[in-house]
Design a protein around this ligand. Structure first.
Ligand SMILES: O=C(O)CCC(=O)C(=O)O
Ligand SMILES: [Fe+2]
Length: 348
């Protein structure tokens, strides 16, 4: 379950030659479990989004004061990640940027995603950004399939794009080609890192692939493809990326994908998100569509939590860390109470 080193990964094949040919793009997705596209968005659009995001991050104290925000130079002592209240607070300020949501609907992105899904496309309301600190590698996104998190349909596609150049050492996404062919959701187990669930490395074969990404590049894959982030080994750079989701309009979508990301206990909602927006055109855009909304299953999240409890009982440091995080974030909740009780029992 350890994160891959950049030296262990190969480079992804580019699929730009198939752009405009939906059948061929879909054939490659079927065959490889991913497509990697160079420069499908204009670099300056990504850089102006980066400017807006990093200004918020500077003001919020994630970046070193006195540096140029666009350089994304992280304050190491501000390290935090998904699941931490400090992260959610800053994240939702970034999340409220209108430009961040617009990026998921740029015409060039929708044009590609229509070819990928083979018809009218639904961009998920739940957009996602990742703000990944350097020197924090135990919190790297572990190997997983997205279905356990996003659910709905196996034909939901992740569109992952760095907001700024992302060389291997900054920790971009890596995929395991062909890993979707199993055609089902694999066993996932407790892990640190985004999502908190990982596939066991011993279940996997093949060579991991990634890229020295540039702003404007995108990686697209369906929800059964196993992927992970590479560790951010830079000395001081924050990795900033988008991972938005798309599906054909008729496919089922899980209820929680209609909510903002990481709402947890923060009380953040769409009204708060939209408060400073100039335009209404993307506000609640999905409410006029005839969607097949299905309930979220808690099965994987519950299993991960149960595993964390039992690992923590045996003294596993990562599980203890996770339980402390849950107890601190959400002490009144059922999981918070269980975490507190376990921490009390093992006396740490
Ligand atoms: O960017 C990351 O670290 C995680 C991204 C991911 O797993 C996804 O987009 O599905
Ligand atoms: Fe993922």
């Amino acid at each position: 379950m350890t994160a891959k080193d950049a030296s262990e990964v190969g480079l992804m094949q580019e699929a730009n030659d198939a752009l405009g040919d939906s059948t061929e793009l879909r054939r490659r997705l079927d065959e490889q479990g991913y497509i990697f596209l160079r420069q499908i968005m204009a670099k300056d659009k990504l850089l102006s989004l980066r400017q807006e995001m990093t200004e918020v991050l500077m003001e919020a104290g994630f970046l070193v004061a006195g540096t140029d925000p666009i350089d994304g130079i992280a304050r190491i002592d501000a390290q935090c990640t998904e699941g931490d209240p400090e992260y959610a607070d800053v994240y939702h300020r970034v999340y409220s940027l209108e430009a961040f949501h617009q990026a998921g609907h740029w015409p060039e992105v929708l044009a590609v995603m229509e070819q990928v899904v083979g018809g009218p496309v639904l961009p998920h309301p739940q957009k996602i950004a990742r703000l990944w600190f350097p020197q924090y590698t135990e919190h790297t996104t572990p190997m997983h399939q997205d279905f356990v998190h996003f659910q709905g349909s196996f034909s939901t596609y992740t569109f992952w794009a760095p907001v700024g150049d992302c060389p291997l050492e900054l920790g971009g996404l890596a995929v395991l080609p062909g890993s979707h062919k199993i055609g089902k959701v694999r066993e996932h187990h407790f892990s640190l890192g985004a999502g908190g669930l990982a596939v066991d490395e011993s279940e996997l074969t093949g060579r991991w692939l990634s890229a020295n990404y540039e702003a404007g590049d995108a990686l697209i894959f369906p929800s059964l493809t196993v992927h992970q982030a590479l560790p951010n080994y830079t000395e001081d750079r924050l990795r900033i990326s988008l991972d938005n989701r798309y599906q054909a309009q008729g496919e089922p979508i899980a209820q929680h994908m209609l909510d903002p990301h990481l709402i947890g206990v923060t009380g953040f909602n769409w009204a708060a998100c939209y408060a400073g927006w100039q335009s209404e055109s993307l506000q609640y855009y999905w409410q006029d569509l005839d969607l097949d909304v299905v309930p979220q299953s808690s099965q994987w999240g519950d299993q991960g939590f149960t595993e964390a409890l039992s690992l923590a009982r045996d003294g596993d440091e990562r599980a203890l860390y996770q339980l402390r995080r849950i107890a601190r974030r959400d002490p009144e909740s059922e999981r918070g109470q269980q975490a507190l009780q376990l921490l009390h029992e093992v006396n740490v």
